[in-house]
Structure formats: C-alpha cells, structure tokens
Design a protein around this ligand. Sequence first.
Ligand code: SF4
Length: 64
Amino acid sequence: MRIVADLKKCEGLGMCESMANDYFEVDEDEELVSVLDANPPESDRAHVYAAVQACPVLALALEG
Ligand code: SF4
C-alpha cells in the first residue's frame, strides 16, 4: 500500500496529522503536508485509511 498526497490540493489543515502523526506532518509556514512514511505496513491500514479519509479537500489517497 502507498500513501499519495496531492500537494496542489493540500491546504495544510492538519487533519491527517492529528489522526496519524506517525505518517503525516504539516509544515505550518508552507501549509503543506509531508508524508513521513509513504509505504505503511498492512497492519497500519485502518489507522492510515482513517487519516486519509479525514482530509477535507481530498488531497490524500491510499493506493494498493
Ligand atoms: S488533511 Fe489534507 S489538507 Fe490537511 S494537511 Fe492533510 S493532506 Fe493537507
């Protein structure tokens, strides 16, 4: 599985980070997300998926 972030859509709102700060970090100056680990283990699927779903501007996707 792979986390894909569309930085053209991201508005730095931070929902993803608040749901899963082990995978997402928001730069408050740039208002952009960084994906800390784009290839989560299968055991973290539900945790990562919840954070992906929390993005209000649909900037995140989970592939695979
Ligand atoms: S929740 Fe969406 S808009 Fe907010 S920082 Fe994460 S990816 Fe960006």
